[in-house]
Design a protein around this ligand. Sequence first.
Ligand code: PLP
Length: 396
Amino acid sequence: MKPESQSARARAVSRRIAAARPLATTAMHERVDLLKSRGESVIDFSIAISHFPAPAVVREAVRAALDEPLLPYTAVGGAPGLRSRLAAKLRAENGIAAEARHVIATNGAKQALYQALYVMTDPGDTVIVMRPHWPAYVATAQLLGLHTVLVDQPDVLDAAFLHALPQAAVLIVNNPHNPTGKVYTAAELECIRAWLRARSTACIVDESYEKLIFEGAHHSLAACPDWEEVGIATIYSASQSYAMMGWRAGFACAPARWVKAMEALQGPITAAVPALTQVAADAAFAIGAVPELLADYRARRDLVVDLFAPVPWIALPAPASGPYLWGDVTALTLDTVAFAETLIEEYGVAIMPGEALGCPGFIRIGYIADDEATLRRGVAAIIALGDRLAAGGPSR
Ligand code: PLP
């Protein structure tokens, strides 16, 4: 190799990563943090950061662990006791016939997603993602060199919808769903199971919002006797269900062959999840739902839905679950990136444009941060910008 090309190579990033970009969601949140660090006042609806602290039992458990003489490396997949207790949670709450060997503790659901998709596919395989979608599904598939097929998520999923899907290695399902709040019914999940069996397609189900349900009941796709043969990996997170975004506490439940492979992948990258995070995960996933958090979110959800109800250019239904509101502003604009830019630049309010979730003409509002007065001010700013555009005012 010539010296020039050697130095060009040393300066370049690899072809594998060159096209990758930071997640739109985390990028917007980081932008807000930067503005705030410069002393600017910004209301952040771009992602869902809870105004609740982590549950008291979690903080107490971690405090107690700090007094232990050792915080050892654990097995890569997590301490045996933690894995057994998470498996017991899955059996009791989710109806999944899981044992410790089916569980791997991860740094949040994102790592569980990456590792599951990594061990379930090879580059070039097809993965089906329903839109609107959490941006990490598409970004992770891109990192792994997969072919992503985006399809519109139906209001009610049935056999006809599934029949029309192409052959794929993996289908990704998000239940309950970010950002629409859709909670899949038992009948819909049965349709998916039948389709997976018929097509020999595997599935990753993201149940990270399982405890944030306002209407309906959560059912797990893997709650069937043959979940291992069908090939269902389910991922969980304490981030949203327990207001523990920064704790990075998540796990996956997958057929034992995949868990072993995920451990082989995780070992050289992070080894085990930090011991304190494992203590926190142990305490959090034992709680079940947190009623006061749910009641607070429900009241905020209803408040924001009421504030938008008289506004003619937006359709914003009350979601059945989750920390987001998903507003259809196609009557106003399809360029919701520009809408979001004007909103943050001129009004100091950050939202996620639908483009980041595969749906231009929609906006996502994370409504669980800060206090009620701030929530009201942020909503008033969105309405003020929309009214200005609806009246024919300048977009910038
Ligand atoms: N899955 C979805 C669909 C999400 O929106 C989020 C966001 O909080 C998560 C999972 C949580 O990911 P993590 O556990 O990496 O914080």
